[in-house]
Design a protein around this ligand. Structure first.
Ligand SMILES: [Zn+2]
Length: 439
């Protein structure tokens, strides 16, 4: 969790961004939320291919950081937690923005970023800044009084601390080990924007990695490298990444090192991920506020201590936006998403050359049901082949397979490669081997 903000100027989306947003809607990646009712400010829905891409990102992350590792376990905690969690974490007191109201036009602004635009067009006098908490507040149960107040979690991280004792007591984990979680978080941002970059409802992938204090530097370096490997997997090129070492005095008071990882989005260099060494701040606070002993007992030496923590944190929606931006290509007569194959919503598309020839359709459907047992496969029998290629290029499908008249004679199909646009004739019995090699 990153507390506090860097001052950011708002930048108009450049035309590249407009093209991306339009592609997302046209092909079913991302729609404006509740659009038939005029939408809801900065809420977005993932459509049929968007949800596949998002799931592929989350599954790849989980497999890499939990499934394939013996030092990591996962949890899936409730969105609403005991409000004391947020007192202990500091969110009730500190997760605030200073806000000021304009006395003339009654608009509300972040006091640290009043726009020049407003000074020019309205010029009204501003009230003194008041602190506004960014947590969404609601009431648990039928009585709407102060004792029933709960918050929607503003980050997933605190659950890993609140559940720390239960995880240690119920599993075989030994220091060093980590707890991971993927899930939604909510922040009542004053100035959301830039498509899915900053929204009030978003999804996080977070890790709390518990260590002995004297080893923090090596664990920090290790996790920073793990994050770099993950970004490489997502195909994010080094030239678009920037590692910002937060200087002394700007970090949260308990953190001894924090690195913001920024990505060059079409609307500017903005925060993508972060990694922080949080010392034993969180467990100490939760021990104090809960009155429970949260110390870890070393099984060999019986030494009892509060572990320290390295926290790598990843935004799901920002990952998806960076992946789309990075792999969006506008070529002569087409737009193509050159997505890494593990992330592509469909790995292959199958077409019958003509939709009104039953032998072709039957043969293509056979192929579809056979390949579908191994990969997610798209089907398209509308329009001409060129249009179908165009549609698959725009959703990033690596290969298109066409069943044509030659197929009926020679049992071969045309396989067309998304990136090179080259076509090859492949025997159906060799197709699985061919795709296995390429995918
Ligand atoms: Zn005004």
């Amino acid at each position: 969790m990153m507390m506090g903000y860097k001052i950011r100027k708002s930048i108009d989306m450049v035309s590249d961004m407009d093209k991306l947003v339009s592609l997302c809607k046209r092909r079913g990646f991302i729609f404006p939320g509740s659009e038939i009712y005029g939408g809801l400010a900065n809420s977005w829905d993932y459509g049929p291919v968007g949800v596949e891409l998002k799931n592929n990102i989350k599954q790849a992350w989980w497999k890499r950081f939990v499934g394939l590792r013996s030092d990591m376990v996962g949890i899936d905690a409730a969105l609403m937690m005991n409000p004391k969690v947020w007192e202990a974490s500091g969110h009730v007191d500190n997760f605030t923005d200073p806000l000021a109201d304009c006395k003339k036009c009654h608009q509300r602004f972040r006091a640290d970023m009043i726009s020049d635009e407003h000074a020019k067009t309205c010029g009204g006098e501003l009230t003194e800044a008041k602190l506004f908490n960014l947590m969404f507040k609601t009431h648990l149960g039928p009585v709407e009084d102060a004792s029933a107040v709960v918050y929607l979690r503003p980050e997933t991280a605190q659950a890993m601390f609140a559940d720390f004792k239960n995880v240690v007591d119920s599993s075989r984990v030994r220091i060093p080990f980590g707890i991971a979680q993927i899930g939604k978080a909510f922040r009542n941002e004053i100035t959301p924007g830039n498509f899915i970059f900053r929204t009030r409802e978003f999804e996080q992938m977070e890790i709390e990695y518990f260590i002995k204090e004297d080893r923090w530097q090596e664990h920090f370096e290790y996790w920073l490298n793990q994050m770099k490997e993950w970004m490489k997997f997502c195909g994010l090129s080094e030239k678009n990444l920037h590692f910002y070492e937060i200087p002394d005095g700007e970090r949260a008071h308990y953190s001894k090192r924090t690195v913001d990882i920024e990505y060059s989005f079409p609307f500017g260099m903005k925060e993508l991920y972060g990694i922080a060494y949080r010392t034993d701040f969180d467990l100490k606070r939760h021990q104090e506020y809960s009155g429970k002993d949260l110390r870890y007992t070393d099984p060999q030496t019986q030494e009892k201590y509060l572990p320290h923590v390295i926290e790598p944190t990843f935004g799901v929606d920002r990952t998806l936006l960076a992946v789309l931006s990075e792999h969006f290509y506008e070529e002569e007569d087409r737009i193509v998403l050159k997505l890494p194959t593990p992330l592509a919503p469909y790995k292959t598309a199958v077409f019958p050359l003509l939709a009104n020839k039953p032998q072709l359709v039957e043969k293509a459907q056979e192929l579809l049901s056979d390949l579908s047992t191994t990969y997610p496969i798209a089907w398209d029998d509308r329009g001409n082949i060129g249009k179908r290629y165009y549609a698959q290029d725009e959703i990033g499908t690596p290969f298109c397979i066409t069943v044509d008249f030659e197929t009926l004679d020679t049992d071969t199909v045309t396989v067309r490669d998304r990136d090179s646009m080259k076509q090859e004739r492949i025997a159906i019995h060799e197709l699985k081997e061919y795709l296995k090699e390429k995918l």
